[in-house]
Design a protein around this ligand. Structure first.
Ligand code: NAI
Ligand code: UGA
Length: 456
C-alpha cells in the first residue's frame, strides 16, 4: 500500500517513519523544502529519541522517501494523511489555513479513489466538510470516482513520540465508510494484533475525543497546580497529596505532577480551540475555561514567588538567575508555548540578568525568541549558567539535571544560592536542599531573608 503524509512535523514525520518500518511504502511531503532536503539526507529536523535512526532505516530499506512534490504524492498514494499544523489564532480558534491549503492541493491532483485521513487535530465537523469539498469538486469536474475521508486523531506525546506511535494507548477511527475503515485496519494491523484498543465511531466523535482528552488532561494539571498553591500556604505537601489522591484508581496517579503550568504546542491551543467551538455552538465550557485561567495564574505565581524571595522592592535589578530547561518538557527540543518563555520574560521585565541552559531547546529558542536575544545569555552547561548567579530556576525536568555536581555548582553561586525547583525534582533530596535555599512547588518552605547587599 502506498501512503502519503502531508506535513512532516512531530506527528507526520513520526507517523510516516513508523509506518515505513512496518513495510508500507511511505512518502512524506512538506512545503518546507529545507526540511525535505535534510530529511532526504537522513537528518531529522526535530529531536525525538529514536526518530533519526528510524528515518535512516526507512530510507535505506527504500520504504521511506521525502518530497515537496504534492502532485506526485497525491497521485501515487492509496491513503493520504493530513498532518499539518492547526495553531491558535489570536481569538483562540484553530487556524485552519494550512489544512485548507493542503486540502486544495489534494483536490487539484486527485486521480482516483483514495482515503484521506485527518491526523491533525481539527475542529469538530472538519472531516465531513473536507469530504464535501473534495467530493463536490470531483462531481463538478465530472469525475467517475469519489474519495472517503476519515478522522484518525493522534495521541502521541513529544519526547516519546516514536514509542507512543509504535505502541499507542488507543486508535480512534472516525468514519462511516467501510472501505476507509478497512484501509485503516490494514494500516494499523500490527498494533491491532498487539491488542491496542480500537474505537470505531463517526468522524465528529473522533474529532471530539481528541479535544476532550487534551482538555481533560489540562484540567487535571491546573487542578493539581491550584491545590499546590494552597498546599504551600497551609503547610501541606502536594506530591504526597497527589500520591494520596492517585492511589484511588478512579483518579489515577498520572498527570498530577504540580509544576509551573502546562505548555507545549497542544494543550494551550486545544483548550482555547475547544472553548471557541463551545461558544460557536452556544455552550460555555466553564471547566476548560477555568483550567486555562488557572494555567495563566500559575505561571504568574511562579514569577511572583521567585521575585518575592530574591528581590528588593519587588525588582530583580542586580540579580542573576540561571534558568535550566527551556523546552516545555524533557526529551524534546520543542519550545512552543513553553512556560519557560513567560517566566523568563517576567524575570527580565523585573530587571534580572537571565542565563539559560537547556540540553535541546536552545537552538529553537535562539531562532524563535529573537526578541529576547539581547536580554538573555545562552550557556553551554548547567555550571556555566549558574556561575555567580543568585538563583537557579529549574523549569524542565531533564534527567541530566539529577547528575550534575550540584555541590560544585552551589559553591560557585552567590547570595543565598536559591534553587526554585519548579518540577520538584529534588523535593525528596535533603542533601540537595541543604546546598541551596530550596523552594519547590506546593511544598512549604520558610522564607529566607536575602543576605546580599542591596543591589543598585
Ligand atoms: N506535536 C504533537 O505532539 C501532536 C500534534 N498533534 C496535532 O497534529 C498536527 C500537526 O502537529 P505538529 O506535527 O506538531 O506540527 P508541526 O508544526 O511540527 O508540523 C507541521 C508541518 O506541516 C507543514 N506544512 C504546512 N503546510 C503544508 C502544506 N500545505 N503541505 C504540506 N506540508 C505543510 C509544515 O511545513 C510543517 O513541517 C496539529 O494539528 C497538532 O495539534 C496531535 C498529537 C500530538
Ligand atoms: O495533542 C498533543 O499534542 C499531545 O499533547 C500532550 O502531549 P505533550 O504536549 O507532548 O506533552 P505532555 O506530556 O502531555 O505534557 C504537556 C504539558 O503538561 C505538563 N505536565 C504534564 C503532566 C503533569 O502531571 N504535569 C504537568 O505540568 C508538561 O510539563 C507539559 O508542559 C498529550 O499528552 C498527548 O496525548 C497529545 O497527543
Amino acid at each position: 500500500m502506498n501512503i502519503g503524509i502531508m506535513g512532516t512535523g512531530y506527528v507526520g514525520l513520526v507517523h510516516g517513519a513508523v509506518l515505513s518500518s512496518y513495510g508500507f511504502n511511505v512518502t512524506c511531503m512538506d512545503v518546507d523544502e529545507h526540511k525535505i532536503k535534510q530529511l532526504a539526507a537522513g537528518i531529522s529536523p526535530i529531536y525525538e529519541p529514536g526518530l533519526e535512526q528510524l528515518i535512516q532505516r526507512g530510507i535505506e530499506s527504500g520504504t521511506l522517501s521525502f518530497t515537496s512534490n504534492a502532485q506526485q504524492v497525491v497521485q501515487t498514494s492509496d491513503v493520504i494523511f493530513i498532518a499539518v499544523g492547526t495553531p491558535s489564532k489570536k481569538d483562540g480558534s484553530a487556524d485552519l489555513s494550512y489544512v485548507r491549503s493542503v486540502v486544495q492541493t489534494i483536490s487539484n491532483h486527485l486521480n482516483g479513489y483514495k482515503v484521506v485521513v485527518c491526523k491533525s487535530t481539527l475542529p469538530i465537523g472538519s472531516s465531513s466538510r473536507i469530504a464535501e469539498q473534495l467530493n463536490g469538486a470531483l462531481q463538478a469536474s465530472g469525475a467517475s470516482f469519489r474519495v472517503d475521508v476519515a478522522s484518525n486523531p493522534e495521541f502521541l506525546r513529544q519526547g516519546q513520540a516514536v514509542s507512543d506511535a509504535l505502541s499507542p494507548s488507543r486508535i480512534v477511527i472516525g468514519t462511516n465508510s467501510d472501505a476507509a475503515k478497512q484501509m485503516l485496519q490494514r494500516i494499523y494491523a500490527t498494533q491491532i494484533e498487539r491488542k491496542v484498543p480500537v474505537l470505531y465511531t463517526n468522524a465528529e466523535t473522533a474529532e471530539m475525543v481528541k479535544y476532550a482528552a487534551n482538555s481533560f488532561l489540562a484540567v487535571k494539571i491546573s487542578f493539581i497546580n491550584e491545590l499546590a498553591l494552597l498546599a504551600e500556604k497551609v503547610g501541606a505537601n502536594i506530591d504526597d497529596i497527589a500520591e494520596g489522591m492517585g492511589l484511588d484508581s478512579r483518579i489515577s496517579p498520572h498527570f498530577l505532577q504540580a509544576g509551573p503550568g502546562y505548555g507545549g504546542s497542544c494543550f494551550p491551543k486545544d483548550t482555547e480551540a475547544v472553548v471557541d467551538i463551545g461558544k460557536r455552538n452556544g455552550e460555555d465550557l466553564l471547566v476548560v475555561q477555568a483550567a486555562i485561567q488557572a494555567n495563566k495564574k500559575q505561571k504568574q505565581k511562579m514569577i511572583t514567588k521567585i521575585a518575592s524571595r530574591l528581590s528588593f522592592n519587588g525588582k530583580l535589578r542586580g540579580r542573576t538567575v540561571a534558568v535550566w530547561g527551556l523546552s516545555f518538557k524533557p526529551d524534546t527540543d520543542d519550545i512552543r508555548d513553553a512556560p519557560s518563555r513567560d517566566i523568563i520574560q517576567g524575570l527580565v521585565d523585573l530587571g534580572a540578568t537571565v542565563k539559560v541552559y537547556c540540553p535541546q531547546g536552545m537552538r529553537q529558542a535562539r531562532r524563535l525568541w529573537s526578541e529576547l536575544n539581547g536580554a538573555i545569555h545562552y550557556c553551554d552547561s548547567e555550571a556555566e549558567s549558574a556561575a555567580n548567579a543568585d538563583a537557579i530556576v529549574l523549569m524542565t525536568e531533564w534527567a541530566q539535571f539529577r547528575n550534575v555536581d550540584l555541590a560544585a555548582i552551589a559553591s560557585n553561586m552567590r547570595g543565598n544560592r536559591a534553587m526554585f525547583d519548579l518540577r520538584n525534582m529534588f523535593a525528596m533530596n535533603t542533601d540537595v536542599q541543604q546546598l541551596f535555599s530550596y523552594y519547590g512547588v506546593g511544598t512549604y518552605s520558610e522564607p529566607k531573608v536575602y543576605s546580599l547587599q542591596e543591589a543598585k
